[in-house]
Each structure stands twice: as structure tokens, then as C-alpha cells.
Design a binder for this molecule. Structure first.
Ligand code: SF4
Length: 237
């Protein structure tokens, strides 16, 4: 049974944790909101992997649910790093999948929906499964960071998320890309090999993930050619 939490409770906790380290934020959130703490990890970017490593080092991994959205279009390297993480830290990530298979989606909405209407495609393959993943949860820990894009620049450490009806937590909100990779190297955290092939941000293995040009933002290779910067999960704090 998840802890009941309201928007009012969250304001005080957010103020307390405003300047806290990622590890302190994780410990406080697990202590205050478990059971009912979900950790979304795409196994695409390094931030979620750092969070899993930190939870494991504090013996908190067994008190949370680590989950991922299996769109049916993930890179094989993404599945490989998930399996490596599961073996190394001794947990099983829970997969949430769309109601529609890729064939059913093509039959109902046409081929390559991601190319024509990526909002609809993300709605089916990411947002709806995420609603299912967070149903009944109190807190949602994410790897969102302020340096990832202009739209994420104001990310708070913790805030009430009206869309999913819970506390959304971003313990690495003030970490830089360099700091994340320094942590990965120092603690030998497994990571997605596609980062070494020019992809700083990984989503689905379609036109939705391409290599950004030199000097572009970390997420510039996502949904290239569309006026879209988020899959619909992180549109609000
Ligand atoms: S990232 Fe692209 S392929 Fe994946 S769910 Fe969104 S629109 Fe569809």
C-alpha cells in the first residue's frame, strides 16, 4: 500500500532538500515514501544508471521498483545494459509495454507513426505505459537534469506532479554531463555502448534517435525535424 501524499506536504520537503546531495535526496525519499517509490530507468542515458548504483550502495534498491518502458523499439544495446545492470546489482527491472503491438499500431494508425505523428506514437508507446507504471505509486524518481535541454533548465529537486498524481523527484537535477560520466568511471557503472558511437541521448531505434551535430544540445538528436523535445513524460516538473 503506497503512502498517501498531497501537494501541500511536498512543498516543505522540497524546501528541505533543495540543496541536498543526490544520495541524501534518495535516502529521504525512500524513507518517507516507500512502499510506493518507482524509479524510471531508460537504460539509454547514464543518469538512471547512476541512480540505480547509488540506491544499491545504500542498500535501498530492494525498497523501490525500478522500471522501464519497453516500446518494442529499443536498441539492442539498451537491453544489453539493462541485463548487465540486473546481473551486477541483483534486481529485476519491471517492463511496462504498450497495449498495441507494432503490427496493431501500424494497422490502426498506418506505418511509421513515429515519422508522421510522434506525439501520438509516444502517447501509445511511452505515456500510457508510464501511467500504468505509476498507478498507485507515491513517488517517482527520474534521471532528469537541468543541463540536458532548455526545457529542463528549471527542474526542481522534488515537486508535486499533477499529471501522474505523485511526487516527482530528480536527485541529479544539478549534475552536469561531466559529473555523471566521472561518477560512472569512478564506480565502474555499466553504460550503453552507443554513447561511444555519438549518441548522448538514446530513445527508440527509429528516426526519433539520431546523432546530434557538434555543438548541439545533448537531446538535439531526438525527434529531429519535429517541434518536439520530450516524449510526454517530463513536460512538467
Ligand atoms: S520515441 Fe519515437 S518511436 Fe519511440 S514511442 Fe516516441 S515517437 Fe514512437
Amino acid at each position: 500500500m503506497a503512502i498517501e501524499v498531497s501537494e501541500v506536504d511536498v512543498v516543505d520537503i522540497a524546501s528541505e532538500l533543495e540543496s541536498a546531495s543526490a544520495q541524501t535526496v534518495l535516502r529521504e525519499v525512500v524513507d518517507r515514501f516507500s512502499p510506493g517509490v518507482a524509479v524510471s530507468c531508460s537504460f539509454g542515458g547514464p543518469s538512471g544508471l547512476v541512480i540505480v548504483d547509488q540506491l544499491a550502495r545504500m542498500n535501498l534498491l530492494e525498497r523501490v521498483e525500478v522500471y522501464y518502458l519497453d516500446t518494442g523499439l529499443l536498441f539492442s544495446a539498451t537491453h544489453e545494459v539493462r541485463e548487465e545492470m540486473e546481473r551486477r546489482y541483483g534486481f529485476e527491472a519491471i517492463a511496462y509495454r504498450p497495449q498495441l503491438s507494432l503490427m496493431q499500431q501500424a494497422s490502426l494508425h498506418g506505418n511509421d507513426l513515429w515519422d508522421r505523428d510522434p506525439d501520438k506514437c509516444c502517447g501509445i508507446r511511452k505515456v500510457a505505459p508510464n501511467v500504468e507504471a505509476l498507478d498507485g505509486k507515491s513517488a517517482w524518481i527520474t534521471g532528469v537534469r537541468r543541463d540536458q535541454s532548455v526545457g529542463r533548465a528549471e527542474t526542481p529537486v522534488l515537486a508535486w506532479n499533477a499529471r501522474f498524481g505523485l511526487v516527482k523527484v530528480s536527485p541529479l537535477r544539478d549534475w552536469s554531463e561531466e559529473k555523471v560520466w566521472e561518477y560512472v568511471r569512478q564506480h565502474q557503472v555499466p553504460y550503453n555502448v552507443l554513447h561511444e558511437d555519438g549518441y548522448p541521448s538514446l530513445g527508440c531505434n527509429t528516426v526519433c534517435t539520431v546523432r546530434p551535430e557538434s555543438g548541439e544540445s545533448l537531446r538535439a538528436g531526438r525527434w529531429r525535424g519535429h517541434d518536439k523535445t520530450e516524449c510526454g513524460l517530463h513536460d512538467s516538473p
